[in-house]
Unconditional design. Structure first.
Length: 191
């Protein structure tokens, strides 16, 4: 299992999407498949200022995946960043709420000053798989003063095609991170 999407057959190691590409991500997990009622709850969390949902989701993540996180020997939790203008408009970064609560639950430090979104991008949900990848080129940067951790857990709300997580993992690995793992609330069922 690589990304955590449902597999067609039990004996498969990779989903259809992961079999098609090389990855900068070591492995990932999600709480749920992105199907009803999960999308509605995530939507309320992100767009209706239901920050408390994020705390509940992160506690569920810790309850389900703390053992896996420990096995991965995670040194640091890093949330996927929002562009500053989007964070101002929304009032918060949903991934940051998840990461901070997950940090409180596991005792693993979180850093919000490592990975930055430096270019405003179109919403990924409006784009196809190849457009998503192109949309994210040059969108992220890593702090030049940061001393890279060995194993980083990247946290976000939704993993659809993996374009955002892959681009973040690429940037973190370029900065010296050995392994990038991810954890999300939900995951798509394939492209």
């Amino acid at each position: 299992m690589h990304c955590g999407k449902p597999l067609d057959r039990e004996e498969q190691e990779y989903c259809a999407d992961c079999r098609k590409k090389d990855s900068y991500i070591t492995q990932g997990r999600a709480l749920w498949v992105h199907s009803d009622p999960v999308p509605r709850a995530v939507y309320r969390f992100k767009y209706h200022n239901r920050r408390g949902y994020g705390v509940v989701f992160a506690r569920e993540m810790a309850g389900h995946y703390e053992e896996w996180i420990r096995k991965c020997k995670i040194d640091l939790i890093v949330p996927v960043p929002l562009h500053p203008s989007k964070k101002r408009k929304r009032g918060f970064n949903q991934a940051e709420i998840l990461a901070k609560t997950l940090s409180e639950e596991t005792g693993i430090p979180v850093r919000t000053d490592v990975l930055f979104r430096i270019r405003k991008t179109k919403p990924q949900k409006e784009l196809g798989p190849s457009e998503r990848k192109a949309n994210l080129k040059g969108a992220f940067a890593v702090s030049a003063s940061w001393k890279a951790a060995g194993n980083v857990l990247l946290v976000d709300d939704i993993y659809t095609t993996g374009s955002t997580a892959e681009r973040c993992a690429y940037m973190l690995k370029r900065a010296g991170v050995q392994n990038v793992w991810f954890l999300t609330i939900s995951i798509g069922q394939g492209i």
